[in-house]
Design a protein around this ligand. Sequence first.
Ligand code: FES
Length: 396
Amino acid sequence: MTDLSVPTAKPEHEGVAIPPPLWLLAELTYRCPLHCVFCYNPTNYAEHNRELDTAQWIDVLRQARELGAAQLGFSGGEPLLRDDLETLVAEARKLGFYTNLITSGIGLTDKRLGALKEAGLDHIQLSFQDSTQELNDFLSHTKTFDLKNRVAKLIKAHDFPMVLNCVLHRYNLPHIGRIIDMALEMGAEYLELANTQYYGWAHANRAQLMPTGDQLKEAEAIVERYRKEIGDKCKIFFVVPDYYETRPKRCMNGWGQVFLGIAPDGAALPCHTARALPGLTFPNVTETSVREIWYESDAFNRFRGFGWMKEPCRSCDEKTIDLGGCRCQAYLLTQDPANADPVCDKSPHHERVIEVVRAASTRQEPQEQPIVFRNDANSRRFAERASPQEGGEKTP
Ligand code: FES
């Protein structure tokens, strides 16, 4: 059992207190019945196929709660593939977490919903790939559209608050009105329209998925119209893709500030896709306490504060707002995670983002590579290749 005794010194970095990890994401498994082309799991996930057992997960939950974690997401892969999910939810409830199940819905039967309700699950986020069967099934490489519709009804029958999540890109942006109608018909309290962010499998499929500026403008206008019409009936979030911005996002609200992700094998990550970054060793909860990982590990301290920044971030008067943007994006586009996120138009690498956007609008980006589905065979091929980076991560 891990030592949970509270150290006396207040943990800090560069003289500033380190806040507790409020948001814990438990990625229970990388196994998934779907094969989504924009999955944010690492492209080489097949290399990391070990999974923590039930007792190990419970220990992680207990340790994170001791540190102050309050929100807990159960994710994957597909977390329903773990038959101890109900046990983990019950334990989380006992510890006082607010719990959210992030699921494709595959495997979410009436019986399991009843058991999850009983265990104290607070919230369910159900993903759809589109409002049409054809595109939903194409993008996930499964026949799951009808099943997801049935699951949405069951979730509401069990009286769970529901977020419908739909990842947006050039294929389904033209359907945005129908996607909103679908969420309203299903009685979703929230609709998350998350434009694809280009990491993991989405980065490998960027040429196919990147929308045009006109598509985005039209979609935003439709979302605005719906928001006015429906008021509070369903809260719609529309997340603009980074590549169309000129200032970077404050990714994860800061590296090692709020978010603690635990991968299926127990690796602790400051963001979902950090595993792709070179030069960092991510500590594992099977070897190191969560307290030590959060407050003392090199991986979590590396991009805290401002000391790691290079120019132009170092002397930028906006650095306290965006914290230099996203480390993973900086790496994918410039091969150095300590560079400014090139989404920023002050970055000397901003032209790379402009080129991608321009190519998407004129359809100039090479289309010779086929779309790559997330599956074990493709993942093993990615794993055999060099780590993913700009120009390097193409067809496996
Ligand atoms: Fe890793 Fe932004 S996704 S820091």
